[in-house]
Design a protein around this ligand. Structure first.
Ligand code: SAM
Length: 254
């Protein structure tokens, strides 16, 4: 477990972006919750790892028999349990667990989902039933590339091998029989500079956890205002300030 990453997420303690005003334009047609829906039914037992404050799963997970949703930050899990009170009809239980030290018995879950979080391919393989499915959405190295190029840093900026490639190979090596990977492109338009800055202050787009040595407070000060202004000037459009998101989606079957 990376302690600085745990500290970061525990201080943020939610993954709620409802205050930030932006619009999304999907340029590809792969959607994470559609893939989960396609591969589950009302009898499925599912696991969502690195679930954050449960904001996404509570709103978007399809109807299944039971969803277990975990995060390594107990603050995130506290928020998720609070959020769950607004969704009494959902069959979901939240609990603390490290994705890299999973503690479930083998062959338990029909589907495991992981959105924008770290995975261990072998551990997921072990806890899936035969024929069970893993659905991943991850952040590609080329995500927000123009922004990272200007700042000369950011999530995965210096990686020799993109995370999407590593995940793909790890899944095949873990024994998954069928692994499909797709590229997801989304244009996000932020209404104002303040909205874009609020995003950058909250998410680790411009930080690579392996590079953060400073405290969380230092991270908040680490966004150079002049470079930020340069980006805004260059990417201001009629729809808002453009941020080009590049993600990857994987569906893997045991
Ligand atoms: C970018 S957020 C994504 C949250 C949620 N999946 C979503 O899509 O809204 C990443 C989450 O993964 C969690 N996380 C990171 N490393 C983890 C680990 N080793 N084990 C469990 N959770 C982890 C963080 O605490 C955080 O809540």
């Amino acid at each position: 477990m990376k302690e600085n990453e745990l500290e970061y997420y525990s201080k943020v303690a939610n993954w709620d972006f409802s205050e930030i005003k932006y619009e999304e334009e999907y340029l590809t047609d792969w959607e994470y919750f559609d893939q989960i829906k396609k591969n589950t039914n009302e009898k499925s037992l599912c696991l969502d790892i690195g679930t954050g404050g449960g904001e996404k799963v509570l709103k978007k997970y399809p109807n299944v028999r039971m969803l277990i949703a975990t995060d390594f930050s107990k603050e995130m899990v506290y928020t998720a349990k609070e959020n769950a009170k607004k969704y009494p009809e959902k069959n979901v239980k939240f609990g603390v667990m490290d994705n890299l030290k999973m503690t479930f018995p083998g062959e338990l879950f029909d589907l495991v989902s992981a959105r924008h979080t770290v995975i261990d391919a072998k551990q997921i393989y072990n806890c899936l039933t035969k024929g069970g499915v893993l659905v991943i959405e991850g952040v590609d190295q080329k995500d927000c590339w123009e922004l990272k190029k200007l700042f000369r840093k950011g999530q995965g900026y210096k990686d020799k091998k993109a995370l999407s490639e590593k995940d793909y190979e790890d899944l095949l090596n873990a024994g998954f029989s069928k692994v499909e990977k797709v590229k997801i492109k989304i244009n996000e338009y932020y209404k104002t500079e303040e909205d874009l800055m609020a995003l950058l202050l909250k998410v680790p787009i411009l930080d690579d956890f392996s590079e953060i040595e400073d405290s969380f407070e230092e991270h908040l000060k680490s966004i150079d205002q002049d470079i930020f202004e340069e980006y805004v000037k260059k990417f201001k459009t009629e729809k808002g300030i453009l941020l080009e998101r590049v993600l990857y989606g994987i569906v893997a079957r045991k």
